[in-house]
Design a binder for this molecule. Structure first.
Ligand code: ATP
Ligand code: MG
Length: 324
C-alpha cells in the first residue's frame, strides 16, 4: 500500500468523521452553549467542513447528557422519534413514571432529509420538554423543509463551519501525518489552495499526491511535485473538461432513460446507478466503493427511489438496493 512507504500504518488522510478538529474551538463552545441552554440550533456549512465530525465531538464532550445522534438520511419512513427516545429512558426513570430520558439532546445530521412528520414530532417533544435541546445539521443554509414555527424556534442560533485558514491547513496535515510529514510548507500551501481550504478536500488531495508519488521514493514533497501530480491527474481523469475530479462536481447533470422518460441525474446519482447495474448493494457497500459516507449515499438513494430508478431489493437490515 502506498502509505506504508511513507511509514504510516494506515491511510492518514482518511475522510471518515474524526473528532480531532482543528481551528473550530470557538464554534464548538458556541454549539455546546446552545445545547446547555436547552435551545434548538442549526449547525451549517458546506460539504466537508466537519459538521458530522463536530456532532461526534459534541457527543463525546457532553457526558452528563443523553446525546442521541440521528442521520435523517438513514432513517426509515416509519421511524418514530417517540419510540426512539423511549429506548433511552433508564429503568429508574421509568419506575418514577417518566417516559423519556432526562437531559436528552438530539443531534440531527443531514436534516434536509427529515420528513414533515419528524419535524413536527421533534418540535412537540422539545415544546413539552421531553427533549432538552436539538441540533439540526445540513449544508443548505435555508431551512426550507422546516415549518415556520420550527424555524422560529431556531431563530438566529446558527453555528457556521467554513473553510479553514492556511495555518490550520498546515496543522491539519501535520496532525494527520504525525512525525512523518513528507510535505514541505510550499506543498501544503499548494494543496490547501487547490482544495479551496475545505478540510475534506485537503485530505483527499494529500492522498492523491502521496499515492502518486510513493514509487518515486520522494522524501520531501514540494509545491512543484504537487503541481505535477495535479496536472497529470487532471489530464488523466477528465481530459475533456478542465477540472480536477476531487473538486466539488459541477452541477452538470446526466440523464437516464426509464420507461422512455428522460430523468436528469447528478454526477453522484450517476455513480450510484453505475455501481448498482446488475447488482444489489447496501448503502455501506456503495459508500465504500464510492469513497464517501453512508449518510451521503443514503441521501442519494432516497432521491433515486423517489425518481423510481432504484428500489429496496432486500428489506432485512442492512437493506439492499438495486435497479428497478
Ligand atoms: N476543522 C477540521 N479539522 C480537521 N479535520 C477536519 C476539519 N473539518 C473537517 N475535517 C475532516 O474532514 C473530513 C470530512 O468531515 P465531515 O464528514 O465531518 O464533514 P461534513 O461537513 O459533515 O460533510 P458533509 O456535509 O458532506 O456531510 C473528516 O475526516 C474530518 O475529520
Ligand atoms: Mg456530514
Amino acid at each position: 500500500m502506498w502509505y506504508k512507504s511513507f511509514g504510516w500504518q494506515e491511510n492518514p488522510f482518511s475522510i471518515k468523521t474524526n473528532t480531532n478538529l482543528i481551528g473550530v474551538n470557538e464554534r464548538k463552545k458556541e454549539l455546546i452553549n446552545y445545547i446547555l441552554s436547552g435551545d434548538i440550533c442549526f449547525l451549517n456549512g458546506p460539504t466537508g467542513v466537519g459538521k458530522s465530525s463536530m456532532l461526534r465531538l459534541v457527543r463525546k464532550e457532553l457526558k452528563r447528557h443523553k446525546v442521541i445522534y440521528i442521520d435523517a438520511a438513514g432513517v426509515d419512513d416509519n421511524f418514530s422519534i417517540t419510540k426512539h427516545l423511549q429506548k433511552f429512558t433508564p429503568i429508574w426513570h421509568k419506575i418514577a413514571g417518566k417516559r423519556f430520558p432526562p437531559n436528552s439532546v438530539i443531534l440531527l445530521d443531514e436534516s434536509q432529509e427529515c420528513d414533515e412528520e419528524l419535524v413536527k414530532a421533534l418540535k412537540l417533544h422539545w415544546d413539552h420538554e421531553n427533549i432538552k435541546s436539538i441540533v439540526i445539521t445540513q449544508i443548505n443554509p435555508n431551512l426550507n423543509g422546516f415549518s415556520e414555527s420550527f424555524r422560529a424556534r431556531v431563530g438566529n442560533r446558527i453555528v457556521k463551519l467554513n473553510k479553514i485558514s492556511k495555518s490550520n491547513a498546515y496543522d491539519l496535515v501535520k496532525y494527520r501525518t504525525k512525525n512523518k510529514n513528507p510535505f514541505d510548507s510550499s506543498a501544503i500551501a499548494a494543496i490547501a489552495e487547490y482544495a479551496n481550504y475545505i478540510p475534506r478536500q485537503i485530505l483527499e488531495t494529500c492522498e492523491v499526491v502521496c499515492a502518486k508519488l510513493y514509487k518515486k521514493k520522494t522524501s520531501e514533497i514540494n509545491a512543484f511535485d504537487v503541481e505535477d501530480v495535479l496536472k497529470e491527474f487532471k489530464k488523466k481523469e477528465e481530459p475533456q473538461t478542465n477540472s480536477f475530479s476531487l473538486r466539488k462536481p459541477k452541477e452538470e447533470e446526466e440523464t437516464i432513460e426509464t420507461n422512455h422518460i428522460s430523468i436528469r441525474l447528478s454526477p453522484m446519482e450517476k455513480n450510484i446507478i453505475d455501481s448498482l447495474r446488475g447488482k444489489q448493494k447496501t448503502a455501506q457497500d456503495l459508500a465504500d466503493s464510492l469513497k464517501t459516507t453512508e449518510g451521503s449515499v443514503g441521501k442519494q438513494l432516497s432521491k433515486l427511489m423517489k425518481k423510481n430508478i432504484i428500489k429496496i431489493t432486500d428489506h432485512e437490515r442492512p437493506k439492499k438496493y438495486g435497479m428497478i
